[in-house]
Write a protein that binds this ligand. Sequence first.
Ligand code: ATP
Length: 243
Amino acid sequence: MNDSVIAKPGVEASTPAGNDLMLECRELSRVYDEGPADLVVLDQLELKVHAGERVAVVGSSGSGKTTLLNLLGGLDSPSAGEVRVADTVLHKMGDAEIGRFRNRHIGFVYQFHHLLAEFSALENVALPLIIRGSRKRDAEDKARALLDKVGLGPRAEHKPGELSGGERQRAAIARALVTDPSLMLMDEPTGNLDKHTAASILALMDELAASARCAFVIVTHDPALAAHQDRVLRLDNGKLHAE
Ligand SMILES: Nc1ncnc2c1ncn2[C@@H]1O[C@H](COP(=O)(O)OP(=O)(O)OP(=O)(O)O)[C@@H](O)[C@H]1O
């Protein structure tokens, strides 16, 4: 991978995985108010993920995986407890501040990838950098390098409506990577992809974890994808358990 794509000053110099905590949940709870009987989805959940570590989260439908990902990304607030990313407590920030923090530190790949229909794949991938204040040309150079990396170079000028489901998924992955996030949150990242493309995305994730020391939390129902990660945790009864 192009160094400019993965360069993350200050992070490479950190101590080996085990000391440099990137994500921590402390007694994290999320309770939905369901009238007389509340629904406790997450119950004082604990989680630590270090720089360069890839953690898979598995669990049955309705166990709370999406709820957890939303909290980890600051898209929802906990009922109790806290989420720390790079030692910053997410829900203590205001909306604008959390938006800036997310743009700087967190990459998302969700099942509904929300690519902007009126922009090309290239423009979609470049957008987070432009929002951050990069020059359009620099942002597009980096976006193009990442689109090449996920095998979408020849489709870079096409709009999402002109791409297949798997191609849109790859564009979403490139968009998540373009800001060199410290933490990647992924929901079924290889769900729409054929075996060959899925393998190349896995290789890219391995490379990012190793060289850019990105931490990954990957929600999946795919046993092969889960088994490929450093740790597999099962969400059950509101808590995470080692598989
Ligand atoms: N906004 C909400 N209000 C009330 N209940 C909710 C809300 N969002 C989710 N839930 C409930 O919380 C539980 C966990 O939902 P969640 O979507 O996190 O599960 P999941 O593990 O991601 O499921 P799946 O694998 O089917 O996507 C479910 O019982 C769901 O119905």
